[in-house]
Design a protein around this ligand. Structure first.
Ligand code: GDP
Length: 192
């Protein structure tokens, strides 16, 4: 059976969220980490690219899944070209969402599998921890790593992030589909 996915709301200002459903999960990550590709692969969502729609850089998009739960696309972080003012608005919007949206059950935090977690990723992890929001790490662009490098990279990332806590890790490739099935099962545990 195919899933019914609908864009219900695009929130540009804090508090402008749709009425809660049974469940809610959110996707976060640096810009360019592969979030749009992943959401497209898993849910068939086509997200307008930020370059063609600058306003989208700081909106929160709520998609309903089978009218039961939301998957929430959070604005990507780490844009080099974004003004201080824009970054502040981004942080305020996100902080409001994280602190006030009690229906949020899990954040899927995307990190590029090729690199060690960057300062902005660590800041996001610390932020989520502080707010006691549970999260799962999704390691993107797995296909860009040689098979022989994969375990080594995974260990490096796990060791680095173990300073902050114990997490689940899902290495995936939106290009080849590797790891997508496992991640999808995990995601749908929440969208009931
Ligand atoms: P977003 O900014 O996080 O939404 O990132 P996008 O999904 O737009 O991806 C950024 C770039 O990485 C694009 O050029 C994608 O084609 C590429 N990309 C995304 N996922 C993968 C992947 O799994 N494998 C490879 N090789 N490239 C990917």
């Amino acid at each position: 059976m195919s899933n019914k996915i609908e864009l219900v709301k695009t929130a540009y200002i804090k508090g402008d969220y749709p009425p809660v459903l049974n469940s809610e999960i959110a996707f976060a990550g640096r810009s360019n980490v592969g979030k749009s590709s992943l959401l497209n692969k898993i849910f068939g969502i086509k997200i307008a690219k930020t370059s063609s729609n600058p306003g989208k850089t700081r909106s929160i998009n709520f998609y309903s899944v089978n009218n039961k739960g939301y998957l929430v696309d959070l604005p990507g972080y780490g844009f080099a070209s974004v003004s201080k003012e824009e970054k502040k608005k981004w942080a305020q919007l996100l902080e409001d969402y994280f602190t006030n949206r009690f229906s949020l059950q899990m954040v899927f935090l995307l990190i590029d599998h090729r690199h060690e977690p960057q300062k902005k990723d660590i800041e996001m992890i610390q932020w989520l921890r502080q707010l006691e929001i549970p999260f799962i790490i999704v390691l993107t662009k797995l296909d860009k790593l040689k098979k022989s490098e994969r375990n080594k990279k995974l260990k490096i990332i796990q060791t680095e992030l173990s300073k902050y806590g114990e997490y689940l890790y899902f290495p995936v490739s939106s290009k080849t589909g590797e790891g997508i099935g496992l991640l999808k099962s995990e995601i749908y545990k929440y969208l009931k």
